[in-house]
Design a protein around this ligand. Structure first.
Ligand SMILES: [Zn+2]
Length: 634
């Protein structure tokens, strides 16, 4: 995806990402599973299990050894002065207690080890207040890990001594996160929050050994759908065949019903029924994940097929799933299989700020029966045959793609072929539409697409997906959106070159888009710069971090909480970091690195650790300080 180009595009790195026109509806967090953590183990390292080494990872949690590594918003929060006393030893952290409008913060970064069944954050808290209310929280202390609030205390929690508080933070295993305390006082009557003996203990049994191999592997989908007269409702049947590639048995699979984000659990745009080949379980993750229990666990190498009836109801809206008047985009609507690896099932929530779509390369055979007046651009290579009276059946086949998307509507279509031989179709919303695309704009986009697909192919490997369709509409709230062989775009050279770049980074070279969005967005924006002849000279000079927690490699969980920084950091700083890496390695070495990296992950899944290792392997110098300085972790 790309932010609105005339904003993200302005080459000034400080430019703020375009906010979605529609605010993201609140999501049902109670039904979400704990976020799965990106495994960095490559495929083929079966039977690798993380072992639990019990540890306490907060440093100087008793404040007895100076202030390091704590960050204090002002000196003296860590203190031994009179007025309060320590829970143990002589020192403690005393936040607030001023009696005027005032905020104090205390934090440190901790690395929570992976592989342990329990991780507990604890601290001792004494609350001392001059407030007399028994009902109003005038002064508060918020304890957080990462962007997650663990608890908020107030003057109402006053106590005479210390009380221990503890929280299950096992969901953060394997992550480096910031533990923070933020105290906030109003204008009168002091409340002091006194904290001591902060600890984060990991313990318990080792997580049962699992196999890091990604599974279910080699999915093959067969889909038959028929639309209503508008192309707004599609009904039919889908089957999914797959093989368990893992040495660990596969007892269940999960279908991702991503577009239920665009509805509610009471009115789901994507409904699945009459499941065969397994037993449908509960919907979870705000009705975007459907568990299907298999009749018997699949051993390694065994295959199975599930089937189900499917109804897709396209809502109104110029969006990746929505119809702009008569023109529908139907992205992320076909249920696809979630991925399990050594970290377990990846069942992350939908994000409207970017993508959560993590899937393995798959084959699709899709027939779309629709009124003949509707054109149906789609992933893959399409063939139209006559249907029943007044209808056409479009059969689209695609191999080794991670998703299948299509559109429908009375588009204006023009076609051409790139110099290297890729057929390209540009579908424009009609001239009578409010945002009608002019014939010259459509020709310009066709020309851009031809140039872009060849430019990226020359750098990263030949475009393997046959034809490429682009749907052009100036009403999108984003610059563009990528699907295999099918992109949505405003009239924008940069955005279209970017979305076509995603055919390689996300499409051919897959990644966990929720855990590591920079692996697709920064690499695609870097490829876009190269295709457009931009060298990113001095671009790193404009970098200005918002906080110590802000990193290019942060996950969508972080960016959903800091959405105004997503485009600036992941796209802007991300591509500048790659330009800097190119300057450090030399143009030729960097070009070969990326070509070889694409080749070695062709139709696979890449990770930050694998990219760093590949770069280190061709670098004559140690890149550790480069990664640290550019905040590329993992
Ligand atoms: Zn993008």
């Amino acid at each position: 995806m790309r932010a609105t180009p005339h904003k993200a595009f302005a080459a000034t790195l400080g430019a703020v990402a375009a906010a979605p026109a529609a605010a993201a509806p609140a999501r049902d967090t109670t039904s979400q599973t704990a976020p799965a953590h990106a495994g960095t183990a490559p495929t083929g390292t079966a039977h690798r299990a993380a072992a639990c080494t019990p540890a306490q990872v907060v440093a100087n949690g008793g404040f007895e050894s100076g202030t390091s590594p704590w960050s204090q918003s002002q000196t003296g929060l860590i203190t031994n002065r009179t007025g309060q006393s320590a829970h143990s030893g002589g020192w403690f952290a005393w936040l607030n207690g001023v009696g005027t409008t005032h905020t104090d913060t205390l934090s440190q970064s901790v690395s929570v080890p992976a592989g342990c069944s329990t991780a507990t954050l604890s601290f001792w808290l004494h609350v001392d207040t001059a407030e007399r209310t028994t009902s109003v929280k005038y002064d508060t202390l918020t304890a957080k890990i990462g962007s997650t609030t663990l608890a908020t205390y107030s003057n109402l929690d006053k106590n005479t001594g210390y009380v221990q508080k503890s929280f299950d933070v096992s969901a953060f295993a394997g992550q480096t996160v910031t533990v923070s305390f933020t105290g906030s006082e109003d204008s009168s009557l002091q409340t002091g929050f006194v904290v001591d003996d902060v600890a984060l203990d990991t313990s318990g049994g080792t997580v049962p050994p699992t196999d890091s191999t990604r599974t279910p592997a080699a999915p093959a989908y067969t889909v038959n759908l028929s639309s209503d007269t508008n192309g707004f409702v599609w009904t039919g049947h889908e089957t999914a065949s797959f093989t368990n590639a893992s040495a660990a048995p596969l007892s269940e699979v999960y279908l991702r019903l991503w577009d239920n984000y665009h509805g509610t659990c009471q009115a789901m745009p994507i409904t699945v029924g009459n499941v065969t080949g397994g037993t449908a379980g509960a919907l979870s993750v705000a009705c975007t994940a459907l568990k299907i229990d298999l009749p018997a666990p699949l051993a390694q190498g065994q295959s199975a097929t599930i089937g189900f009836d499917l109804t897709i109801t396209v809502p109104s809206g110029a969006d990746r799933f929505g119809h702009d008047g008569a023109f529908s985009n139907i992205g992320n609507a076909l249920p696809v299989l979630a991925v399990r690896d050594g970290a377990g099932w990846h069942l992350d929530p939908y994000t409207n700020n970017g993508e959560s779509f993590y899937s393995l390369a798959s084959d699709f055979n899709v027939t779309l029966d629709h009124p003949s007046g509707l054109l149906v651009p789609a992933t893959g290579t399409s063939v139209d045959t006559p249907g029943t009276s007044g209808r056409t059946v479009t059969t689209a086949t695609a191999s080794k793609v991670r998703d299948f998307a299509w559109g429908s509507g009375p588009f204006s279509k023009i076609s051409g072929t790139s110099a290297a031989g890729t057929p390209i179709n540009v579908y424009s919303v009609s001239l009578i539409s409010v945002s009608g695309i002019s014939a010259s704009d459509a020709q310009s986009m066709l020309s851009t697409a031809k140039t872009a697909v060849d430019a990226h192919a020359a750098r990263f490997g030949a475009y393997p997906y046959g034809e490429l369709d682009a749907v052009i509409d100036n009403n999108y709230w984003f610059g563009g959106m990528e699907y295999p062989g099918f992109v949505l775009d405003l009239v924008s050279t940069t955005a279209l070159t970017h979305e076509i770049g995603h055919q390689w980074f996300y499409g051919i070279v897959g990644d966990d888009e929720y855990a590591s969005p920079w692996l697709d967005e920064a690499f695609t924006d870097y490829a876009t710069d190269l295709a457009l002849g931009k060298t990113g000279t001095n671009c790193w000079n404009s970098v200005s971090w918002a906080s110590s927690a802000e990193k290019i490699t942060n996950s969508m969980a972080y960016w959903d909480a800091h959405s105004s920084r997503y485009s600036t950091v992941v796209y802007g700083y991300g591509k500048c970091a790659l330009h800097d890496l190119r300057r450090q390695l030399g143009d030729g070495v960097m070009a070969k690195l990326l070509k070889d990296y694409a080749t070695s992950h062709w139709y696979g899944v890449s990770t930050t650790a694998e990219f760093k290792a590949a770069a280190q392997a061709v670098s004559p110098t140690d890149l550790t300080s480069f990664w640290t300085g550019h905040r590329i972790e993992g």
